[in-house]
Design a protein around this ligand. Sequence first.
Ligand code: IMP
Ligand code: MG
Length: 180
Amino acid sequence: MISVPGYEVGGILLSEDEIRDRVKELGRRITEDYAGEKLLVIGILKGAFVFMSDLIREIDLDIETDFMAASSYGSGTESSGQVRITREPGISPQGRHVLLVEDIVDSGITLKYLKDTYFADRNIKSVRICSLLDKPARRMTDVTPDYKGFTVDDMFIVGYGLDYQEHFRQLSHITYLIEK
Ligand code: IMP
Ligand code: MG
């Protein structure tokens, strides 16, 4: 089992099969909701890259894909409250329906900033959020994902793209950190 100094991972919270079924369902709903439309799907790096790669293969529409990087985290497990855009998307969102793909909504600070500030007033047809996980216990804003995979309790989640200091992203299931 993989561990890092001070922490080890717990049991399986969401299995590979559970995740696969839910991602299929999300892709089906997105396909229905945007029927006849084009969609720009923007994954928020790095946490969303695993989810994004599975999700887009379940969307049966003419989509364009891009990535951007934004983070409200420093290097630990607590939000710094500030959002930094560290990579701008390459495709202009103007005149497009935009779907932001996130790994987890925690405080909601990152998505609040993206939705209400970064993507506001840019002549965009619509902006919606698809997050694999939702951790409402720590919400500090009024953001809720339009599409969400699972609600999780107030734990530090890793696996399936989610990291602790860049570790554990490669796990096929979702688990949580335990302090040693
Ligand atoms: P927010 O702005 O507080 O909602 O934080 C969003 C970002 O913080 C996510 O995209 C993750 O990268 C990171 N994050 C929040 N909670 C967790 C967690 O439990 N595990 C791993 N990363 C997390
Ligand atoms: Mg992260």
